[in-house]
Design a protein around this ligand. Sequence first.
Ligand SMILES: Cc1cc2nc3c(=O)[nH]c(=O)nc-3n(C[C@H](O)[C@H](O)[C@H](O)COP(=O)(O)O)c2cc1C
Length: 159
Amino acid sequence: MKFVVIFGTESGTAEFVANDVADKLAAEHEVSISDLAQVSPAAFDRDSFYVLVCSTYGEGDAPASAVPFLRTMSAEAPDLTDIRFAAFGMGDSSYKETYCQGCLVVSDLLEKHGATRVGDYGRHDASGRDHPSDLAIEWIDTILPIALAGSDLLQSDAA
Ligand SMILES: Cc1cc2nc3c(=O)[nH]c(=O)nc-3n(C[C@H](O)[C@H](O)[C@H](O)COP(=O)(O)O)c2cc1C
């Protein structure tokens, strides 16, 4: 199965984390990585599993690099049925009301257009002690079996 890691960032932490997640996946799988600023919603591919890593800005908003993608999604309204993804949000718990909401803005829009989010919503707290990549790699270990099991189901459905 092919994995596509997509990230939304403002000051680079989510890109750093996305690269570490992609490196971990690349040990055993085909992986590509893209900034959401360069991702076209029309290019989503049903044979890939998407891993979204995205931070939060403003008042629970998506970061700058995700904004063009959100605009294009809303304008083009692509049909994302059968697209599966998992989401890892990055934020800071000192923003009590909006903690890690930016990634959910992107995730909710993908779901609104038919995509399915699987597994737990991962989170990193910039006020906490954990290194973001350590948490993200623990998290992707919980997502992998779900992603791969789904891929087997799709293959046996097709057979
Ligand atoms: C101006 C500003 C606004 C932020 N707003 C929020 C917020 O509303 N909620 C949240 O959970 N984190 C918020 N954060 C924290 C960032 O999401 C967090 O530091 C994240 O790790 C940054 O990732 P990035 O470098 O990939 O953009 C904010 C940070 C800044 C500098």
